[in-house]
Design a protein around this ligand. Structure first.
Ligand SMILES: Cc1cc2nc3c(=O)[nH]c(=O)nc-3n(C[C@H](O)[C@H](O)[C@H](O)COP(=O)(O)O)c2cc1C
Length: 143
């Protein structure tokens, strides 16, 4: 099975409801299971960074749907590329809330890193997913 990872960032809508994330995760749990999509959603109260992993067509289709969601704006693709394995195997959509302002720099660094790659494939363990998984594990351990 071909696998792809897709990472984007966006800003929550100015009228964001505190229940938005809960609703998003409920939909993700249901749909991502059916689509065999796994990933991580990071949110710092303002900015989202999400990674989606799975079949390339299914990931692209889901991203199309997510892009049309009015709960967020200024959606920017940071990276898309083939992967040899999943980094969030056990999560339909893992979630971590982070302190405000933490994701701006991360999003910028990821965009630059992806541009430098210029389409070159990444070795296993170098994927955006494995980097984000490392951060996610550190965040959990610090809780
Ligand atoms: C930041 C963000 C991330 C989202 N991530 C997912 C996701 O991983 N899976 C999903 O099915 N919907 C996700 N959604 C919600 C979709 O845009 C859409 O509302 C949902 O898939 C509709 O589900 P339904 O067709 O079952 O009602 C996300 C929305 C936002 C704003």
């Amino acid at each position: 099975m071909q696998l792809q990872e897709l990472v984007y960032t966006s800003l929550s809508d100015i009228h964001a409801d505190p229940d938005d994330v809960k609703d998003i995760l409920t939909a993700s749990e249901k749909n991502n299971k059916r689509l065999e999509i796994t990933g991580l959603l990071l949110y710092d109260g303002e900015r989202y960074i999400q990674i989606l992993e799975g079949d390339p067509n299914k990931v692209d289709d889901l991203f199309g749907k997510i892009k049309a969601d009015s709960r967020h704006v200024e959606i920017e693709l940071l990276h898309k590329g083939p992967i040899t394995g999943r980094s969030f195997q056990n999560w339909r959509m893992a979630y971590e809330a982070l302190p405000l302002g933490l994701l701006d720099e991360l999003a910028e660094n990821m965009a630059v890193f992806s541009m430098e790659l210029d389409g070159k494939p990444l070795d296993a363990g170098e994927s955006f997913g494995s980097r984000l998984n490392g951060m996610f594990m550190d965040a959990i351990a610090a809780e």
